[in-house]
Design a protein around this ligand. Structure first.
Ligand SMILES: [Zn+2]
Length: 283
């Protein structure tokens, strides 16, 4: 494990293209130690996920950038703990914004407004290295992971986290999309995950396999609980399906449970009536 000291640039792995993590000053129940910002490259730099607006953190970024040139500010998605710091950093450096603008959903940073329309598979050429955009909807619809091609290192934002699992936030977030995005990552050749929160992971294949299995196990638990309970409202269902989750996380678990139920309804395995969910006859 490497050090987690807010504002202190720390190399995340033994890579040829340097990747520094600069931990945000925003620890909390939903952010863990804080948001990870990453500074990539020697001369032509990219900074990924500047986090919330914070003057001290902006100073840390500028100090770490030094005399090098910041070309791009990459944003994985537009939650308040990932993107708002992009605007002051852009003002200070003139770097170009990369990412997909906020969808029309709650808790989104509408200030993030890139000049270009960025898309899946777009490539940023920074000379010594290149970065590919990998659209990974699920947690939210505009989520993008970024692949540092030379190192096979994927910046995963909130799509894959270390030590915890992502909340899926419907209706913008979507469990089917999330699983599809995980399966898409399984088709890539990857060496490292650098997540939005937590430490670098060096067994991406295993992480992905576990994550898919975890979600499918949870889905099966939804089915099992509905079999046992008959028709059930989400408030009581969440306590059975997420009986392994700490009390303070139950409101978030409820969001992800809703994402599971929407997926199951779409697949014709669950029906809902007057906010009560039940299995279809065939299940
Ligand atoms: Zn998020």
């Amino acid at each position: 494990m490497s050090e987690f000291e807010p504002g202190q640039p720390t190399l995340v792995a033994k890579t040829t293209v340097p990747v520094l993590r600069i931990l945000g000053r925003n620890p909390g129940p939903m952010t863990g130690p804080g948001t990870n910002s990453y500074l990539i490259g020697h001369e032509r730099l990219c900074l990924l996920d500047p986090g919330p607006v914070n003057d001290a953190q902006l100073d840390s970024f500028l100090e770490a950038i030094g005399n090098a040139r910041l070309e791009y500010i990459l944003v994985t998605h537009t939650h308040g703990d990932h993107s708002p710091g992009a605007i002051p950093l852009q003002k200070a450096t003139g770097a170009e914004l990369v990412g997909i603008p906020a969808p029309d959903a709650e808790g989104q940073d509408k200030s993030f407004s890139p000049d270009r329309l960025w898309q899946h598979d777009d490539i940023l050429d920074c000379g010594e290295y290149s970065i590919q955009l990998v659209h990974t909807p699920g947690h939210v619809s505009n989520h993008v992971c970024y692949l540092l091609e030379q190192e096979k290192l994927l910046f995963t934002g909130d799509h894959v986290l270390q030590g915890t699992t992502s909340v899926i936030l419907p209706p913008d977030g979507d469990m089917s999309d999330y699983l599809d995005s995980l399966r898409y990552l399984q088709s890539l050749d990857l060496t490292f995950f650098a997540p939005g929160h937590g430490d670098v992971m060096d067994q991406p294949e295993k992480e992905l396999k576990n994550l898919v299995a975890h979600r499918l196990r949870r889905e099966q638990k939804v089915i099992n609980c509905l079999t046992k309970l008959g028709s059930s409202g989400i408030d009581s269902l969440v306590l059975s399906v997420y009986d392994d989750v700490a009390q303070h996380l139950i409101p978030w678990a409820k969001r992800t449970l809703l994402a599971h139920l929407i997926k199951l309804e779409r697949e014709g395995r669950v029906v809902s009536e007057n906010e009560l969910y039940m299995l279809t006859q065939e299940e």
